[in-house]
Ligand binder design. Structure first.
Ligand code: ATP
Length: 282
């Protein structure tokens, strides 16, 4: 398989009894890419990701992650992959710094624990016992444990669930830094703004299959969609028109109004619009 690919999946299948969770997934994630998996509840995202992480057996299909089959990986494979797990509560009595140091000990080339704690925004909590952290702070600690081994590939399953808006923005910055340093990132999310802000490419999964893979601004042929131009008439009524050439329409309106067009907006379908159409059609 291609060395340019961090992840390559062909014909992946997994059923739980009669329930087919993954029904023939094909997926490529390039090295250095941030790839977001989107899909409704029960679409098969977590099952797919757990197979890629080596935590779940597949029924069929070919899977390569950093050149290994996760079901029988090369000896150093696990230390090259970072996984952000939901905290186990196992280390409740330890402080943040102790837990991060403890995990650093598992890796041959771990990052500096103090630096990582700062990076995830827990600098002022380094001496706090982990049971005293808030939900969002615990999630940051999970992220710290996922990146302490300097992974080449990082799996993030719904990483910002429970974060306040500021923490989300900080987290996005962290992901951008990691990506800029060359880390490949596969994230699942239910937040379309998160996929749009972070992902080079988005894969939409529904019913256990990949429906589409595209850059966020290309998904569902979004760029080619008609723009909606809205404005107010001199009487104050709202008018709108769909146009493939909104610039020309705005120029025409400007001429008609002799300058500023009242209440002018030009919009195209959002990622959420195309996503909902995509999964709603199934
Ligand atoms: P969500 O967005 O809700 O996390 P998901 O896309 O991650 O959903 P999966 O968790 O992969 O979806 O679930 C896919 C299907 O497989 C669902 O129908 C689910 O009920 C089923 N499933 C998942 N895990 C198991 C399991 N351990 N045993 C039996 N069925 C399972």
């Amino acid at each position: 398989m291609d060395d340019e690919l961090a992840i390559s999946v062909r014909g992946l299948r997994k059923a739980y009894g009669d329930n087919v969770a993954v029904a023939g997934v094909d997926l490529d994630v390039r090295r250095g890419e941030v790839f977001a998996l989107l899909g409704p509840n029960g679409a098969g995202k977590t099952t797919t990701v757990e197979i890629l992480e080596g935590y779940r057996r597949r029924d069929a299909g070919e899977v390569r992650v950093l050149g290994s089959d996760p079901a029988s990986p090369a000896p150093d494979w696990r230390s090259r992959v970072g996984i952000v797990l939901q905290g186990t509560g196992e280390f409740d009595e330890l402080t943040v710094a102790e837990v991060v140091r403890h995990f650093a000990g598992f890796y041959p080339d771990a990052d500096d624990p103090e630096k990582v704690i700062e990076r995830v925004g827990l600098g002022d909590k380094r001496r706090a016992r982990t049971h005293s952290l808030s939900g969002g702070q615990k999630r940051r600690l999970d992220v710290a444990l996922g990146i302490i081994g300097r992974p080449e590939l990082l799996f993030l399953d719904e990483p910002t669930t429970g974060f306040d808006p500021e923490a989300r923005r900080d987290f996005w910055e962290l992901i951008r830094d990691l990506a800029a340093a060359g880390t490949t990132i596969l994230l699942t999310t239910h937040y379309l703004d998160e996929a749009e802000a972070l992902a080079d490419r988005v894969g939409v999964i529904a019913g256990g299959q990949v429906v589409e893979v595209a850059a966020p601004d290309q998904l569902g042929n979004r760029q080619a969609a008609l723009a909606t131009v809205s404005w107010r008439t001199p009487e104050g009524a709202l008018e709108s028109a769909q146009s493939a050439t909104p610039t020309a329409l705005v120029a025409e309106l400007a001429a008609r109004f002799g300058g500023e067009v009242p209440g002018l907006t030009v919009t195209r379908p959002t990622l959420e619009d195309v996503y909902l159409t995509m999964i709603g059609h199934r």
